[in-house]
Write a protein that binds this ligand. Structure first.
Ligand code: COA
Ligand code: AMP
Length: 628
């Protein structure tokens, strides 16, 4: 197949209107948009549609009701369930009716705190069906994080389940939900809880209702047409403070962009099987477990398990073969986890890869070693690609489906059609090839990307303020002489731990709030499995309790305030933090030392002897910074 990427990219630049209006034809509109971009109205601003109709009903109407929409494969509960488009329509319509019965209508918010089960998809699509706005909260977040999201989104209804199953652990959700609701200023009208067989949760009358009882009493609800710019969902993501950013996704641009990406990046269309091994609590799950595969009439795999231990490092390959997956998407950390357990990929060679055509990686930088290992054993293209919650779909990739076979390990590929990138210096001046700077995207961002933050338009504007005409991604990198974009890391304090986006600033706020702690710093250090892990340094107040008890308390505090997913395990109690004379903590220097690098003493340092203490601390530490 000839490489159609250059011509497609050029068309997206030279005829933006025509490009996106053509793309919009893959969507069924109640009112077709007359324009693609309009400065005041946004993308497809005069169009009306329903995202659930496009993801579900229209495939049934086209005679594909028998086709499998969702394959729920749960090695942790030993379940495999095939859900046809017709069954999905029925389940979603009744779930929507259940919500409507609770007074939920267009524009109302529904928080969904649920595990990787089909009812979570039904709940999301049910919201879309009646024009309500869902906000899914990842199960690995603790009660205070759930509470923050509830207070910000102010939902009428919270939908949950009695438990999640995390590898070999069963995690009861109701105590977390109760604790979150106890902390909230906002009172939800109703909690709808799905009882799973492993845990029976107590329901508190009159607020809580049993999901199945409510569903049995519900009438199916029809799709409500909404404006293309009406919000479909709010997804909270880590910013640089303890307050998460509520990324708002609009219906129209989202549907168009996701459908375009399936055909032109992932090579997936009607009847194909696509699997994104992520969690619905993250943007990858929203876009590529739920909406995108269904929008194009494909089959999506909903996998409740881990890459290893459920039951072994062959579970991904088994799932791919069993269901005839054509394109697979996962995080590099998952491949590293598999490689650690099965370094020679014996299970992969034993099980095979069936009809698989390509493996896409995202969520964190794919290190060349991991790519090489995966390519060597799979003998398939392993394609790193880059994007963010704010964007909602890939911005840098090798457009595999357009026949672009160019790849370079260490690079995420080329700008995806619709995106125009620049590398800027700190003053906003565009830099040339090979020069490292801030990765920025020209405005307007393409369809599907965020156009505001829930309850916080000012914080949204800040991401466009530093470099007029550009969106500041927060990532640093360069574009090489062949046009490959290389993303090297963040310019702020966001870290990616096992593909999960977290803020070290937020962890610092939690550690600093301990009464024993005078001051602290939390940094991300390299980790062979998770890519990065957080490491805390705390200066203890004179006379305060110190030692292991305090270390454990800090670890416990981050776990109970932010969640187990933060994975903060290493805490160093130190005499002082290395600082400049103006009082700035030398985080970059700390990071290098913790990573085992040799570091010269910065001329601006306040007290060079402090740095010597850190050098001693990390002398002999391994690459993970695991000093004693
Ligand atoms: N609900 C409740 N707890 C959760 C959870 C969830 N949905 N997800 C993770 N956790 C908990 C885990 O149980 C673990 O708790 P523990 O400290 O008590 O063991 C903790 O959060 C950290 O979890 P995780 O980051 O998953 O680490 P792990 O050591 O259990 O597994 C990997 C490591 C690499 C196998 C795993 O992180 C993985 O599969 N990563 C892929 C990530 C991914 O798909 N990211 C999406 C971006 S594309
Ligand atoms: P999230 O919003 O959770 O998707 O996280 C987005 C951030 O993850 C980006 O800003 C990057 O810092 C990082 N990221 C995601 N994908 C990649 C990738 N392919 N290469 C490098 N960094 C990535």
């Amino acid at each position: 197949m000839p490489n159609q990427y250059p011509a497609t990219y050029d068309k997206s630049r030279s005829d933006r209107e025509g490009f996106w209006l053509d793309a919009a034809e893959t969507i069924e509109w109640d009112v077709a948009p007359s324009k693609a971009w309009d400065e005041s109205r946004g993308w497809f601003g005069d169009g009306m549609l329903n995202s659930c109709y496009n993801a579900v009903d229209r495939h049934v109407a086209a005679g594909h009701g028998d086709r499998t929409a969702v394959i729920y494969d749960s090695p942790v509960t030993d379940t495999i369930r095939h859900i046809s488009y017709a069954e999905l329509q029925d389940q979603v319509a009744r779930t929507a009716g259940m919500l409507a019965g609770e007074g939920v209508g267009k524009g109302d918010r529904v928080v969904i705190y649920m595990p990787m089960i089909p009812e979570t998809l039904f709940a999301m699509l049910a919201c879309a069906r009646i024009g309500a706005i869902h906000s899914v909260v990842f199960g690995g977040f603790a009660a205070p994080e759930l509470a923050k999201r509830i207070d910000d989104a102010q939902p009428k209804v919270l939908m949950t389940a009695s438990c999640g199953v995390e590898g070999s652990k069963t995690i009861p959700y109701k105590p977390l939900v109760n604790a979150a609701l106890d902390r909230c200023k906002h009172a939800v009208d109703r909690v709808i809880l799905l009882q799973r067989p492993m845990v029976e949760a107590g329901l508190s009358a009159p607020r809580d209702r049993d999901w199945n009882e409510a569903l049995a009493a519900a009438q199916p609800a029809e799709c409500v047409p909404v404006s293309a710019t009406d919000p479909l969902y709010i997804l909270y993501t880590s910013g640089t403070t303890g307050t998460p950013k509520g990324v708002v996704r609009e219906n129209g641009g989202h549907a168009v962009a996701l459908a375009w990406s399936m055909a032109n990046i992932y090579h997936i269309g009607e009847g194909d099987v696509f699997w994104a091994a992520s969690d619905v609590g993250w943007v990858v799950g929203h876009s590529y477990i739920v909406y995108a595969p269904l929008l194009v009439g494909a089959t999506t795999v909903l996998f409740e398990g881990k890459p290893v231990g459920t039951p072994d490092a062959g579970t991904f390959w088994r799932t791919i073969v069993r269901h005839g997956v054509k394109t697979f998407f996962t995080a590099p950390t998952a491949i590293r986890a598999i490689r650690k357990e099965d370094p020679e990929a014996k299970l992969l060679h034993l099980i095979g890869l069936g009809d698989l055509q390509a493996i896409f990686l995202a969520g964190e930088r794919a290190d060349p070693d991991t790519i090489h290992w995966a390519e060597e054993h799979s003998r398939l293209p392993v394609i790193d690609h880059w994007w963010q919650t704010e964007l909602g779909w890939p911005a840098i990739a090798s457009c595999f489906a357009l026949g672009d076979t160019r790849r370079k390990a260490g690079s995420a590929g080329f700008p995806v059609p619709g995106y125009r990138f620049a590398v800027l210096d700190d003053a906003g001046k565009p830099l040339g090839p090979e020069q490292t700077g801030q990765i920025a995207i020209e405005t307007p961002l393409p369809p599907g990307c965020y156009r505001t933050l829930w309850n916080n338009p000012e914080r949204y504007r800040q991401s466009f303020a530093a470099f007029p005409g550009y969106y500041e991604t927060g990532d640093a990198g360069h574009i090489d002489s062949e046009g490959f974009v290389h993303i090297m890391g963040r310019t702020d304090d966001i870290i990616n731990v096992a593909g999960h986006r977290l803020s070290t600033g937020q962890m610092e706020e939690i550690v600093a709030a301990r009464p024993e702690v005078a001051e602290c710093a939390v940094i991300g250090v390299d980790d062979a499995l998770k890519g990065m892990i957080p490491m805390a340094f705390a200066v203890v107040k004179a006379g305060a309790e110190s030692g292991d008890a305090l270390r454990d308390a800090i670890v416990g505090e981050v776990r109970s305030e932010l969640g187990p997913v933060a994975a903060l395990k290493q805490v160093h109690l130190v005499r002082a933090l290395p600082k400049t004379r103006s009082g700035k903590i030398l985080r970059a220097t700390l990071r290098k030392l913790a990573n085992g690098e040799t570091v010269a003493t910065p001329p601006t340092i306040e007290d060079p002897s402090v740095l010597d203490e850190y050098r001693a601390l990390f002398a002999g530490s391994d690459a993970d910074g695991a000093a004693a």
